[in-house]
Design a binder for this molecule. Structure first.
Ligand SMILES: [Fe+2]
Length: 262
């Protein structure tokens, strides 16, 4: 053995042990990370299931008249601040999703969601859930609603959102007051109800974008399940008090006039 070789051999053995120990620790760490990720996914899924239950609670309260539309909207906005969009989408993507048929005009593609419970059975919910997938040219053109509420949570991309309060109907027009005009980013929600922001208008910004929607209809006993009417705020007559008298138009005309460029 030449001088220094013994030390070199010891070093080699030591390093060999260190490498073995290092590999073991790496594998251990990898397993721990996988377990942690699975645990986080499970806790994320549990949080989303509680969140869906929260949506159920307020939808039932609204339908029973225990919550006003405005209060329901405030509760939806509170819930939106609590949910992690990736965790929500992980649960959505494990649910039953079906396309709702070809979109009209420049409308986005709608996909219906049926959530499953922990046992894999379809859940019966007091609200409808859907995804709206927007390509850059797709628009939800301005329209008002009756007998229903809805919430659009941005889950991908961003949207220019414009809202109007619907102060009343006059002949073939809606009397409107502009209330919001902002860009909603992933994680933000836009709500509408009879009391406020009843007219909404969504245009994707800078590329494709998607919303997760909650809809509750049939809120007025004896009335139709829901009524949706396109309206033309850009051709409205402005009154001295600043309100707009906006004509009700057909959806074909609405889709022609209200492109993504506006
Ligand atoms: Fe709508």
């Amino acid at each position: 053995m030449i001088p220094g070789e013994e030390a070199s051999m010891q070093d080699h053995l030591l390093w060999g042990r260190r490498e073995t120990l290092g590999a073991f620790l790496s594998a251990f760490a990898a397993v721990a990370l996988v377990r942690e990720a699975r645990g986080a996914a499970r806790s994320g899924e549990a949080a989303v299931r509680r969140w869906l239950d929260g949506q159920q609670d307020i939808a039932e309260a609204l339908a029973a008249g225990r919550l006003s539309g405005a209060r329901w909207a405030a509760e939806v906005e509170r819930l939106a601040r609590e949910v992690e969009v990736p965790a929500l989408m992980a649960v959505v993507n494990r649910s039953e999703i079906s396309r709702a048929g070809p979109p009209f005009g420049n409308d986005p593609q709608k996909r219906l969601i049926r959530f499953r419970d922990a046992a894999g059975q379809p859940r019966r919910l007091a609200y409808g859930a859907a995804l709206f997938d927007f390509q850059p040219h797709n628009v939800i053109t301005p329209h008002g609603h009756r007998h229903m509420v809805s919430a659009h949570l941005v889950v991908a991309g961003r949207f220019r959102v414009r809202n109007f309060d619907r102060l009343g109907d006059e002949g073939g027009a809606m009397r409107l007051r502009p209330t919001r005009d902002y860009v909603a980013r992933t994680g933000q929600v836009s709500t509408m109800c009879s009391e406020r922001d009843n007219v909404h208008w969504f245009v994707p910004q800078g590329g494709p974008a998607t919303t997760f929607d909650v809809v509750i209809s049939g809120l007025d006993p004896g009335a139709p399940d829901h009524l949706i009417q396109a309206v033309d705020p850009l051709r409205a007559r402005r009154r001295a008090d600043g309100t707009l008298l906006a004509p009700v138009i057909g959806f074909a005309e609405s889709s022609r006039r209200y492109t993504a460029a506006i």
